[in-house]
Write a protein that binds this ligand. Structure first.
Ligand SMILES: O=P(O)(O)OC[C@@H](O)[C@@H](O)c1c[nH]c2ccccc12
Length: 260
């Protein structure tokens, strides 16, 4: 059993409970578009992640105040904030997301393992602008249904892929924001070469390409800009940084001529 299998088994239980207990209906939130703001930018944009812990790294920054961290990210130039809302494996909460949505103006990504529409409803009720869907976690028909459910609710979807087969599925579904995860969720191996390889087959005129995981410095950022990415998703490096402003501005390189 891989860690992804374990997480998904846990999510089945969470969804059952959610269906039984329900969730609090939040207010309606004005739309913030990740797609629009990232495609208009002439610099690499950073989705800065609040990540207390992970199955691959254990505790990363367990005492973080998500509200303060999010404000620091935004002031440092982050173009969006990602909140891990999974509790058993990443020690995040939906409350983190709700609180952060109130204190920043950039789009908020709900980072979780979504397998059921009720999780999408809950994310929206708590203020998410974008949800994550992971191709490796779902059969194609389910992925397609959840994708269209989310967009019908006026949410954007970051559709995450890790190999060519998943990327082809994402394209078929019509995803306009594709995340290439450099980390294999089954083995935890991280390789920026995954973005370089897969990006070659993405038509970048109508797709916003985000490269996810493993970013440490501006050399890493330069590599994926050359591959066509307009955004990167960064967790651990920022959670551990003692100079977040410097770290984010180092990533925000001009996109340049190779990146349309
Ligand atoms: O901490 P990193 O290596 O900067 O990675 C961030 C982000 O890409 C990673 O948290 C992530 C990417 N896809 C996911 C899916 C589920 C949970 C977590 C993730």
């Amino acid at each position: 059993m891989t860690i992804l299998d374990k997480i998904l088994a846990e999510k089945e239980k969470e969804v059952e409970k959610l269906k039984k207990d329900g969730f609090e209906q939040g207010s309606t939130f004005p739309k913030r578009s990740l797609y629009d703001s990232f495609t208009k930018s002439d610099r690499l944009n950073v989705i800065a992640e609040i990540k207390r812990a992970s199955p691959s790294k254990g505790d990363i920054h367990i005492t973080v105040d998500p509200v303060e961290q999010a404000k620091i990210y935004e002031n440092a130039g982050a173009g969006a904030i990602s909140i891990l809302t999974d509790t058993p494996f990443f020690k995040g909460t939906m409350e983190d997301l709700r609180r952060v949505r109130e204190v920043v103006d950039v789009p908020i990504l709900c980072k979780d393992f979504i397998i059921d529409p009720i999780q999408i409803d809950r994310a929206k009720a708590n203020g998410a602008d974008v949800i994550l869907l992971i191709a490796a976690a779902l059969p194609t028909d389910r992925l397609d249904a959840l994708y269209h459910y989310a967009t019908s609710k006026n949410l954007e979807v970051l559709l995450e892929v890790h190999d060519q087969e998943e990327l082809d599925i994402a394209k078929k579904i019509g995803a306009n924001i594709i995340g290439i995860n450099n980390r294999n969720l089954k083995t935890f191996e991280v390789d920026l070469g995954i973005t370089e390889k897969l990006a070659k087959t993405v038509s970048l005129e109508n797709t916003l390409l985000i490269s996810e995981s493993g970013f440490k410095n501006e050399q890493d950022a330069a590599r994926v800009i050359a591959a066509g990415a307009k955004g990167i998703l960064v967790g651990e490096t920022l959670m551990k940084s003692t100079s977040i402003a410097q770290a984010i501005s180092a990533f925000r390189l001009p996109l340049g001529v190779n990146n349309p």
